[in-house]
Design a protein around this ligand. Sequence first.
Ligand SMILES: [Zn+2]
Length: 208
Amino acid sequence: MDQIREGVRRFRTVVFPEKRELYESLAEKQHPFALFITCGDSRIEPSLLTGTTPGQIFVERNPGNIVPIYDETASVGVSSSIEYAVAVLGVDDVIVCGHSACGAMRALLHPEVLEKVPATAHWLKYAQPAVQQLERHRQREDESVRLKKLAHLNVLEQMSNLHTHPTVAERLKRGTLGIHGWFYEIHTGTVEAFNPETKKFEQWPHDL
Ligand SMILES: [Zn+2]
């Protein structure tokens, strides 16, 4: 905890005073413009990646950046985050962001590792359609290529699951919500976004 304690000390004495006005303006309200759904992986830093400040993006994180199929009777935190961000806070956009070297995606390619972690195995069932799609196009590719393809397919699957959430469906019907699929490559800092016209993930922004 030593590093964390010193980090909190630095936040209180250096970081906070520099942005005191911003934090004070956020005392009673938040108006984030996007819901950012990504993996819990410690190498992803959503605010740093998107250049956003506190109050601007509502973040939901879980293993494999999963969006469960809507079920109002299930105790699923992700569904509650989606409802709150989309229906109450009124975000303009939802971003589903997968990433390179994802442990959850790797586990799906090697299901034997999931035997020791049954809760994770159960959670990742929402990514199984992506695994099945990958296997349909099975070719002799090395692990890193398959891992990236699976991460892409999983993002598309979770984007599709978003449509099962009534609050999302309602906003989409009104044309007031954008849904975006991203893939973040950790070791190059690259963001790829799914282009619905080419049906491919492409470097984003394009003019980089
Ligand atoms: Zn991950």
